[in-house]
Write a protein that binds this ligand. Structure first.
Ligand SMILES: [Fe+2]
Length: 241
């Protein structure tokens, strides 16, 4: 029943990759790998996994080129698990809200949380650890201004966050970026639903949709350089140079 769980931080970028595995069956999932995948393979080996059996992208990233496809190719997998709305031209294994992957006795359940993007999923591990991707950060949430309609995305994120807040206070929160995005400077690398319920500025704005829309559309840092090209690369519309 031993769960392997690793948070793999890239200090230079603030991006975080996760490894979740079953030590009994040797199955191991990688969530949100960066393009240079060697660091993930090394970490899997260190954790005792000879093979990566599942690769998941929580959403179509706009700030970095995903390593998910090359990792899936390297390990001969059928594709990358992504939400069915990803629109990726790469081979994906489309997932829906509520669907789960089993790694031995462990369960990775997908929760569809549109808002940051239209294809975002969070991953709930054994009902107790929530990989929040860019939906919920520590003290903040992911921006909505990298494509799509701001009002629509704000409303979707509002609903998604309220849904995450139905989880128990004890559920641990593990985002794909640490350091947050809006009110920078949070030094924590994991949190809990209980802590975020009271300590997260964006979640405080969930009192009504207007207050949340205001929060989501004012005072954000500049957009990541080249984000439109990064999205095209991650969707397979152009190839990685
Ligand atoms: Fe993102």
């Amino acid at each position: 029943m031993t769960l392997a769980f690793r948070q793999i931080k890239r200090i230079d970028s603030g991006c975080v990759t996760y490894l979740v595995g079953s030590q009994e069956t040797g199955e191991c999932a990688i969530i949100d790998p960066l393009l240079d995948t060697e660091y993930v393979v090394e970490e899997a080996k260190k954790a005792g996994f000879a093979k990566i059996t599942h690769v998941i992208d929580t959403h179509t990233h706009a700030d970095h080129i995903s390593g998910a496809r090359s990792l899936a190719r390297q390990f001969g997998l059928a594709g990358v698990h992504m939400h069915e709305k990803s629109g990726s031209k790469f081979k994906t294994i489309p997932v829906k809200d509520g669907q789960a992957i089993k790694l031995g006795n462990h369960e990775l359940r997908f929760i569809y949380t549109p808002g940051h993007t239209y294809d975002h999923v969070c991953v709930l591990v054994d009902g107790s650890k929530l990989l929040t991707g860019d939906t919920m950060f520590i003290g903040d949430v992911g921006r909505i201004d990298l494509g799509g309609d701001a009002r629509d995305k704000s409303d979707r994120l509002y609903d998604s966050l309220r849904r995450l807040l139905e989880l128990a206070d004890s559920v641990e929160v593990y985002p794909t970026h640490v350091g947050a995005a809006h009110h920078l400077g949070n030094a924590k690398t994991s949190s809990t639903i209980g802590y975020e319920r009271t300590g997260n500025g964006a979640l405080k704005a969930l009192s009504d949709r207007e207050a949340f829309f205001k929060y989501m559309t004012e005072d954000w840092p500049p957009k990541p350089p080249d984000y439109q090209n990064i999205i095209r690369l991650n969707k397979g519309e152009v190839s990685v140079p």
